[in-house]
Write a protein that binds this ligand. Structure first.
Ligand SMILES: NC(=O)c1ccc[n+]([C@@H]2O[C@H](COP(=O)([O-])OP(=O)(O)OC[C@H]3O[C@@H](n4cnc5c(N)ncnc54)[C@H](O)[C@@H]3O)[C@@H](O)[C@H]2O)c1
Length: 415
């Protein structure tokens, strides 16, 4: 694979052992803040990769001061344009602490259109932090990272198909390959298991396509967490007759909907893609408008679209008693966790509820379990959700704080 390291911008943290203030300014006008340039280097051995140097430039910067409002404690952040696609590729490695093999981190690749590339950076920073928490709480020892491919908002060739899509995937494979194992990529919103299988032909550092991909594992994990949380909140695991609203009927939302119908739940569903209405008809679910769907009267809300939909104002208008869903970063900001508690709404943190996809992929690809055995591992997420809810109650704290404490404890044990 040809090297494009001289085209690489922008950031690598100077010192991985302490929280850094490193930031990839996407605008050329910020170029004056950049520092030294690194040189391309390959690691000596596959098992213990050196921190790769891909022509990075070191930047001292305060991301919080830039208004990104995300804790900036990442080990490595890279931003560069894809040589074929011209899209902006952002890889954020939040933490490889306690990862096995050491120094590596895993997380999916999101492909989306962004009005402002800074929003793509923000997504990468927050999503990679979520992956670290998810890996810690699920005990996968895979670290936390994320890739965001930010296409311009006015990209008309959307959704991407054919050679254009392959060019984007070639750009991704090239960058991932240069990182030489430091980052393992996989599917996320906008990319599929089939995409990752294609990327795997170009670099070994792609996963999440074996055993049918991660979506069913994620849906099974969300279902397990809903059952445990229903016992906690409603005093019964049996979901028959409980009113559930699913927002987002994509890969995970659809599978979750089918599981819940099978369990006898009374389903209401929505998606901004009106073609998904056909699925509602097929499974006998009520269809509602996406606008205001989170405030629809129900017992359980399952956010399965994109993140940051739970703002303080939104939560104050919600009537459900339980929120458990697949979407990453559901809270607009961490303090919304306290608003949920104040409103008497129990929230299973997203990085607990949606860890099933990661657990499934790791069980299949790394631990070589069968598909049924991998799903059995995923179902144990329900126990973790129960632990999070009980601890929050015992310590009179939010479920977010409770989950973070459990994740930190597991990280300490793994160190
Ligand atoms: N796929 C996985 O294994 C996995 C794992 C962990 C977390 N997640 C997260 O779960 C969520 C769903 O993942 P997915 O793989 O099903 O993605 P997807 O792209 O297949 O589905 C998302 C769906 O949400 C819909 N949507 C977008 N905005 C909406 C809105 N405002 N209102 C209603 N619907 C809206 C889209 O039209 C789409 O149908 C994402 O946040 C993803 O990051 C997925």
């Amino acid at each position: 694979m040809p090297s494009t390291s001289n085209a690489t911008a922008h950031v690598k943290c100077a010192n991985n052992s302490s929280p850094n203030r490193c930031f990839a300014p996407p605008a050329e006008s910020r170029a004056g803040r950049r520092g030294t340039a690194g040189l391309p280097a390959r690691s000596a051995g596959k098992d213990e990769p050196e921190t790769p140097s891909v022509g990075v430039r070191i930047v001292e910067h305060d991301a919080m001061a830039q208004g990104l409002q995300v804790p900036f404690e990442h080990e490595l952040v890279i931003v560069r344009p894809g040589p074929r696609s011209g899209y902006r590729f952002i890889i954020a490695i939040h933490s490889s602490r306690a990862a096995q093999p050491p120094g590596r981190a895993a997380g999916g690749c999101r492909l989306a259109r962004y009005v402002d590339p800074l929003d793509g950076l923000y997504d990468a920073l927050r999503l990679s932090q979520g992956m670290s928490r998810k890996a810690a709480i699920a005990g996968t020892r895979t670290g936390g990272a994320k890739c965001v491919i930010a296409a311009p908002a006015d990209e008309s060739l959307w959704p991407l198909t054919g050679e254009r899509r392959k060019d984007v995937l070639r750009d991704l494979a090239e960058l991932v390959d240069e990182l030489d194992g430091r980052y393992l990529t996989g599917p996320d919103v906008g990319t599929t298991a089939a995409d990752m299988q294609w990327v795997y032909r170009l670099t070994p550092y792609a996963a999440g396509f074996a055993g049918g991909g991660t979506t069913d594992g994620t849906a099974v994990g969300v279902h397990a967490c809903i059952s445990t949380a229903a016992e906690h909140v409603f005093g019964r695991r049996d979901l028959a007759g409980l009113r559930v609203t699913i927002v987002g009927l994509g890969g995970v939302g659809e599978r979750l909907a089918r599981h819940l119908v099978h369990a006898g739940a009374e389903l209401t569903v929505t998606d901004i893609d009106l073609e998904r209405q056909a699925l509602a008809t097929e499974i006998g679910a009520q269809w509602i408008d996406a606008d205001g769907a989170q405030r629809h009267d129900c017992d359980i809300l399952a956010p399965c679209a994109l993140g940051a939909t739970l703002t303080a104002e939104e939560v104050r208008g919600m009537t459900c008693r339980l929120v458990v869903g697949a979407a990453n970063n559901q809270l607009a900001s961490d303090d919304v966790a306290d608003v949920l508690t104040e409103q008497g709404i129990t929230w299973v943190p997203d990085f607990v509820a949606n860890a099933g996809g990661l657990l499934y992929a790791v069980s299949i690809a790394r631990d070589h379990l069968s598909e049924p055995d991998s799903l059995a591992v995923v179902r144990r997420l329900g126990d973790t959700a129960g632990e999070v809810l009980r601890r929050a109650e015992r310590e009179r704290t939010s479920t977010l704080q409770s989950a973070i404490r459990i994740a930190d404890q597991r990280l300490d044990l793994a160190d």
